[in-house]
Write a protein that binds this ligand. Structure first.
Ligand code: SF4
Length: 437
């Protein structure tokens, strides 16, 4: 017999869809079907049932092979590695719950680590811009109920956040948006003709890396001032048309992704995008929101925000929190040989960092905590598999609009597996013993 668990939260992307239905066996040990999720979200649930799943920690041997070790041995290795390091890097934290992030911060403080999360290679620039000039934002509920002008800049939700458009931004009928997508105008800024761009009313096919100029040109166009014939590869008529479309709406929202946060200009692009939003508020209501990737990268920024005052790249090595992106960020530290141990949880730098950084991780004492086998587990000395957060254990996660949502456990983890939080609490206890605090 089976039973269906409703209102399940998807722990994959920052959309944190909260309407999934999951069919599990009566005893809660097997997961059979997932309904309402997109393909990548469903795959995350189904992968927890993989027959070849690694369920015990393992340590890499001299010859490159793996040897199974106990959780006690993995805790001892991790605690000793962190306690003995002068300046360990504790990276990731974006695919786990806030409870585990909070324990991780305590460890970081005890050992004088640099705490960094995946924002370091995605929306860190957005966070700098927000600290510099603030942000007029809103919730995804307001977008669904009010927004009739949607601008996607440097992002491709059709692939990266597959249900974003159907649940919140383009297709749903809301309280003041009863006509659904027929009442909305969609603008996409992207150098590529993506699947998202193919749905747009206006696609501004910008030249790569010219985001700042185009943002600036929109501010000029709002005022009806003179523009050059072409800006960032876009004819001025199209820029005026986009500006008028945005101004004529009742509620405009700008969603932006890594195409603009990581291209030339970086945080200054976001400064300018926020200025565009502010200018738009002279004519209508407007808001702006980053398209956050991992399901709880927003949460790790929140947790460190209230623990240390900074959302990422927090250097605790001097006994107090320092923050200086470009200096205290993971890739800068690795490439300058400034860290002597690496701890990774809830992310995959092996797949996303430059090769020179990955090589540094390979040559250092290192531990990765991850339910999956990943490129990072291939370069780390110890791999500790744990229960899937949001599938086999609950906990708090923050959606991309900074709304905290309690994820749910729907199925048991394989016999004897630890959760992130349990593992970290044991490591913290052992670190305190070693340090005598
Ligand atoms: S859009 Fe994101 S949160 Fe929603 S089901 Fe897909 S992966 Fe999960």
């Amino acid at each position: 017999m089976t039973r269906t668990v409703t209102d399940v939260i998807c722990p994959f992307c920052g959309t944190l869809c909260d309407d999934l239905e999951v069919v599990v066996s009566d005893d809660g040990k097997e997961l059979h079907e997932v309904y309402n999720a997109c393909a990548i979200g469903a795959e995350k649930f189904l992968h927890s049932q993989a027959k070849d799943r690694i369920t015990r920690p393992r340590m890499r041997q001299e010859d490159g092979s793996w040897k199974e070790i106990s959780y006690d041995e993995a805790i001892e290795y991790t605690a000793t590695m962190l306690a003995e390091a002068k300046k360990p890097l504790m990276y990731g934290w974006s695919s786990t719950n806030c409870e585990a992030q909070a324990v991780g911060s305590e460890i970081g403080e005890a050992v004088g680590a640099v705490m960094d999360n995946t924002a370091t290679v995605c929306h860190g620039t957005s966070l700098i811009a927000v600290q510099d000039i603030g942000i007029p934002s809103c919730t995804l509920g307001e977008v669904k109920n009010r927004a009739d002008r949607i601008l996607f800049w440097g992002c491709n939700p059709a692939h990266a956040h597959p249900r974003h458009m159907s649940r919140y931004s383009i297709f749903p009928r809301g309280f003041f948006t009863g006509k659904g997508h027929t009442g909305r105008k969609m603008i996409v800024v992207d150098p590529r003709p993506t699947d998202t761009a193919s749905m747009a009313d206006i696609h501004l096919q910008i030249e790569q890396g010219r985001d700042y100029e185009l943002l600036n040109a929109l501010r000029v166009a709002f005022k009806g001032e003179k523009l050059p014939d072409v800006v960032a590869g876009i004819p001025k008529e199209k820029i005026y048309e986009a500006a008028e479309t945005l101004k004529s709406g009742r509620f405009a929202i700008i969603f932006f992704g890594m195409g603009v946060t990581q291209s030339l200009g970086k945080n200054h692009n976001i400064d300018e995008a926020i200025a565009v939003t502010r200018d738009l508020n002279e004519y209508t209501k407007a808001a702006i929101m980053p398209m956050r990737g991992h399901y709880n990268v927003t949460g790790s920024g929140q947790v460190w925000g209230w623990q240390f005052g900074f959302p990422y790249a927090v250097d605790l090595s001097r006994g107090f929190a320092r923050y200086n992106p470009g200096e205290t960020t993971s890739n800068d530290l690795l490439r300058r040989d400034e860290v002597d141990a690496v701890f990774v949880l809830g992310s995959d730098p092996g797949a996303h960092f430059p090769f020179s950084s990955v090589k540094k991780i390979y040559n250092l004492p290192s531990v990765v905590i991850d339910p999956h086998e990943t490129p990072t587990s291939e370069v780390c000395k110890v791999h500790v598999p744990v229960a899937f957060v949001g599938v086999e254990v609950g906990g708090c996660a923050y959606r991309m609009d900074n709304v905290p949502i309690e994820t749910r456990k729907v199925v048991d983890a394989p016999e004897g597996m630890m959760t992130d939080e349990e593992f970290l609490k044991r490591v913290l206890g052992r670190v305190k013993e070693i340090k005598g605090v």
